[in-house]
Design a protein around this ligand. Structure first.
Ligand code: PEP
Ligand code: MG
Length: 590
């Protein structure tokens, strides 16, 4: 039966493929395809793991003390039964044989199928056996070694796809943490659907950086969609169509082709400088998460990196934080890749919806913090971990010997924070001088993403070289809307008069002080806001590489003088969004 699920569109385009349901707790299980020649040995690997767990459970049963409760013995029998039921491992064989999934993926896919059947059972006792099944699968997964990533760069690496005609796969999950999402870069999945999340949650941001269609905040997609269902993701409308009819499918295939043609057309702008009709040069920079993303930035024609979210280097580390040398290599790689163009490295912004996944290092588990968005996040965390912070600063300064590096500090709300950063920089430079390590000139900037920073900007500007406006958080903190909470997503409004005030005054004040200013939040990459920001006097935008062409197209058709003339009326309006669309469109040359 065909049906639709509605959510929040976060990444444009149309994706058509088969649903792969993944429980949030199992997102970090390896997902890769095995070559045809290895299908049999992969199944043998699964059988071996099953047999190992069978022995383990039999040993446990044999070793039960005489006075152990009878229930324990019965429970082990249930686990043995589930483990050896053909509905589990035999059925997982199908996933390996037909879809070429690796053993861990096949087993988790089969678990999802069975878990759903358990959920639908009338009998309470039987329904509760789902937890036992999950424990059994967990044991087999550990016996498999959780699928050590053969590719080495994350759980979702594609190792081989040497069999013809496989269908595209779309990932469906209740939730995906940003740390897990980053693992899906270069993965087998061509689209994402989650139950949870808002337009600027970090999971959505990473999905957007992958430039594949995604819909979040659907609330119940993972409950309604079944393993292997055919699904269409309309990333522009935020709609998910499950088991579409042939006519609907054809319509979306047509739209998919249209959008590919449009992208190819825009890609031709790559080498065109972003100069407005009245001759203003506009810098279009890239937001990146990992040094390898610099390739996409260059391909898209970025003239620098405006935001390197360094915290992604700190995720998925199993308790170890990256050493100074490892960080230095990552920063240097990005700096060298950008060939002299500026690379703005933001110091770690962990906390809120980006917990370090193994935060036990600093006992900062997300769940234990009352209100993580307002807690020990970003620069607050760095200043609470001074040696870790200096290590990061040393790595950034060392990388500055290889190109043009700018240092950006997130979530600043107090002047004292900047002063502490400057003190840390002084110490780091001294240490590097003592060690004879070279470094270059590094400009210092702050992110304006807390209203306090925007309201006291003239003061902050005296101490820094540039600012970068993080509209994602600026909107969150100005409107008191959790950016990751789909329940209040309808109130997350970039057109809100208070947001426009803070944006326009920040841009104007930075310019008046002769300091650099850019916007690196999601507004910068949304062509809907390009005219508005140009009219406010912005001349540096930083966004996902895939967004550069459409923003550039807007820039090329804009006259900043005429756009600026429309801004006061927009700011005075009670409906700025509507008025802006009308007024700015009238000022633009189509
Ligand atoms: C922002 O807040 O707008 C920003 C760019 O930072 P992040 O999205 O990483 O919080
Ligand atoms: Mg931010």
């Amino acid at each position: 039966m065909s049906f639709q699920v509605f959510g929040i569109p976060v990444s444009r385009g149309v994706a058509i493929g088969r649903a792969v349901l993944v429980a949030s707790s199992r997102v970090d299980v390896a997902h890769y395809f095995v070559p045809t020649a290895e299908v049999d040995s992969e199944y043998a690997r699964l059988l071996q793991a099953r047999d190992a767990v069978t022995r383990e459970l039999q040993d446990l049963k044999a070793d039960l003390p005489a006075d152990a409760p009878h229930e324990l013995d019965a429970l082990l029998d249930v686990h043995l039964l589930l483990l050896n039921d053909e509905a589990l491992v035999d059925a997982a064989r199908q996933w390996i044989a037909e879809r070429h999934y690796n053993a861990e993926w096949a087993l988790s896919a089969q678990l999802e199928v069975l878990a759903r059947q358990f959920d639908e059972m009338e009998d309470d006792y039987l329904r509760e056996r789902k937890a036992d099944l999950e424990q059994v699968v967990e044991r087999v997964l550990s016996a498999l070694g959780h699928g050590q990533n053969k590719g080495g760069a994350g759980a979702a690496v594609v190792v081989a796809r040497d069999f013809a005609g496989e269908d595209p796969l779309l990932l469906v999950a209740a939730d995906i943490a940003p740390a897990d999402m980053i693992q899906f870069k270069r993965s087998v999945f061509q689209g994402f659907i989650t139950d949870i999340g808002g337009k600027t949650s970090h999971t959505a941001i990473v999905a957007r950086s992958m430039d594949i269609p995604a819909v979040v905040g659907t609330r119940e997609a993972s409950r309604l969609i079944r393993q292997d269902d055919w699904v269409i993701i309309d990333g522009d409308a935020g709609t998910v169509i499950v088991n579409p009819s042939p006519i609907v499918l054809e319509e979306y295939r047509f739209r998919q082709r249209q959008s590919e043609l449009e992208r190819a057309r825009l890609a031709r702008l790559r080498h065109t400088p972003a100069i407005t009709l009245d001759g203003q040069r506009i810098e279009l920079h890239a937001n990146i998460e990992l040094p390898g993303d610099a390739v996409a930035a260059l391909d898209a024609g970025a003239t620098g990196v405006g935001l390197f979210r360094s915290e992604f280097l700190f995720m998925n580390r199993e308790g170890e934080l990256p050493s100074e040398d490892e960080q230095f290599e990552a920063y240097r790689a990005a700096v060298e890749a950008m060939r002299g163009m500026p690379v703005t490295i933001r110091t770690v912004d962990v906390g809120a919806d980006k917990p370090l996944d193994r935060m036990s290092v600093n006992e900062l588990r997300h769940e234990h913090v009352l209100n993580p968005s307002m807690g020990l996040r970003a620069i607050r965390w760095s200043l609470a971990e001074p040696s870790m912070f200096r290590q990061q600063l040393r790595a950034i300064y060392r990388a500055s010997a290889f190109g043009h590096v700018k240092l950006l500090v997130p979530m600043v709300a107090h002047l004292s924070e900047i002063k502490q950063v400057q003190e840390a920089i002084r110490r780091v430079k001294q240490q590097l001088d003592d060690a004879g390590q070279p470094y270059g000139l590094v400009e210092l900037g702050v992110m304006v993403e807390v209203p306090a920073a925007a309201l006291m900007l003239p003061m902050l500007l005296r101490h820094v070289d540039f600012i970068s406006i993080g509209t994602n958080d600026l909107i969150q903190y100005t409107l008191a809307i959790d950016r990751a909470d789909e329940a209040v997503a309808h109130l997350y409004d970039p057109w809100h008069p208070a947001v426009l005030q803070l944006l326009s005054s920040s841009i104007a004040q930075a310019r008046a002080a002769g300091k650099g200013v850019s916007v690196c939040g999601e507004m910068a990459g949304d062509a809907l806001f390009t005219d508005l920001l140009l009219g406010m006097g912005l001349n540096c935008f930083s966004m996902h590489p895939s967004q550069i062409p459409s923003v550039k197209q807007r820039v090329l058709r804009a006259d900043t003088q005429r756009l600026a003339a429309a801004i006061p009326r927009i700011m005075e309006s009670e409906e700025p969004g509507r008025v802006a669309v009308e007024l700015l469109a009238a000022q633009r040359l189509h």
